[in-house]
Design a protein around this ligand. Structure first.
Ligand SMILES: Nc1ncnc2c1ncn2[C@@H]1O[C@H](COP(=O)(O)OP(=O)(O)OP(=O)(O)O)[C@@H](O)[C@H]1O
Length: 243
C-alpha cells in the first residue's frame, strides 16, 4: 500500500536527516522504525505524512493521493485545552459528521464517561487515549505514530500498547511506529526497520512472524532483541565491552 523509493531528506549541508531509504509495506502491516537518537526517524515520518515536502526521491501510496488519508500521533497528546474530549476527537471534521464514529472511538479507547471533560481533568494516559481516538476519526489508511507512548509510565505504556493492538485487530489499520523501545517494537510490529548513522540509512530489517497478541519477552522476542541490540552496537554483553 506504500512504496518508498530512495528518499533522502537532509539539512545543513547534508549533516543530518536520513538518506537513500527504500521500502514497501502491505496493507494492514505494523512497521516499527528503530534507531538511536538523531538518525532521522521523526523526519522520515514527517515526510511520509506530507508535512515536509523538501525531500528527494519518491514515495507513493496504492490509492491516489487525493483519496489517501494519513493519521498522525505524537509523543505529547497536543489536545486543545478549551475543547472537551469529544470536541478534541472531532476537531477537523465537519460538525455533525461521523458522530457515530466519534462515539465508537470513545468506547474503543475507554473514555465514554469523559466525553464532556476537558484535558485538564485527564491523566497522561487518558490524554494519549484521546489523541489515539482523534487520529482515527478520519479513518486513516495509514497511521503514523511518533514515539506515542514514550512519555508515559511503564504500566500505562503497556495498557496503551494493548489498546493499539486491539485497534489493529478490529480495524486492520496500517501503522508505522517510530520508537526507542525495542520491546514495544517487538510486541507490536510485523517488521522492524533499523536506521543507523547521521544522516540515517536503512541498515537492517527484522521480521517478527509470531502471531499477535504475543507474550512479552518470550524467548523468540528475547533473541530478536539481542539481534537488534547487536545491529545497533548496543550489546555490551561481550567480553571486550566489560574490559
Ligand atoms: N527542520 C530541521 N532543520 C535542521 N535540522 C533538522 C530539522 N529537523 C531535524 N533536524 C536534524 O535532523 C536529525 C534527525 O532528526 P530527527 O528528529 O528526525 O531524529 P530522530 O531519529 O527522530 O531523533 P530522536 O530519536 O532523538 O527523536 C537531527 O540531527 C536533527 O537535529
Amino acid at each position: 500500500m506504500l512504496a518508498v523509493q530512495n528518499i533522502t531528506r537532509t539539512f545543513n549541508e547534508g549533516k543530518a536527516g536520513f538518506r537513500n531509504v527504500t521500502f514497501s509495506i502491505e496493507e494492514g502491516e505494523v512497521i516499527g522504525i528503530l534507531g538511536t537518537s538523531g538518525c532521522g526517524k521523526s523526519t522520515l515520518l514527517r515526510v511520509l505524512s506530507g508535512l515536509d515536502e523538501k525531500y528527494q526521491g519518491r514515495f507513493s501510496f496504492a490509492k491516489k493521493d487525493s483519496e489517501q488519508t494519513v493519521g498522525m500521533m505524537f509523543q505529547e497528546p497536543r489536545l486543545m485545552p478549551w475543547l472537551t474530549v469529544n470536541e478534541n476527537i472531532c476537531f477537523g471534521i465537519q460538525k455533525g459528521q461521523q458522530l457515530e464514529l466519534a462515539k465508537e472511538l470513545l468506547e474503543l479507547v475507554g473514555l465514554e464517561e469523559f466525553a464532556n471533560h476537558y484535558p485538564k481533568d485527564l491523566s497522561g494516559g487518558m490524554s494519549q487515549r484521546t489523541a489515539i481516538a482523534r487520529s482515527l476519526i478520519t479513518e486513516p489508511d495509514v497511521l503514523l505514530l511518533d514515539e506515542p507512548f514514550s512519555a508515559l509510565d511503564a504500566f500505562t505504556k503497556m495498557q496503551l500498547q494493548d489498546l493499539l493492538l486491539s485497534i489493529w485487530k478490529k480495524r486492520q489499520t496500517t501503522m508505522i511506529l517510530v520508537t526507542h523501545d525495542i520491546d514495544e517494537a517487538l510486541y507490536l510490529c510485523d517488521r522492524i526497520f533499523i536506521l543507523r548513522g547521521q544522516p540515517g540509512e536503512l541498515y537492517a530489517e527484522i521480521e517478527v512472524e509470531q502471531t499477535k497478541p504475543r507474550s512479552r519477552g518470550n524467548v523468540v522476542l528475547a533473541e530478536k532483541k539481542a539481534e537488534i541490540l547487536n545491529l545497533l552496537d548496543l550489546n555490551r554483553n561481550s567480553k571486550e565491552a566489560l574490559l
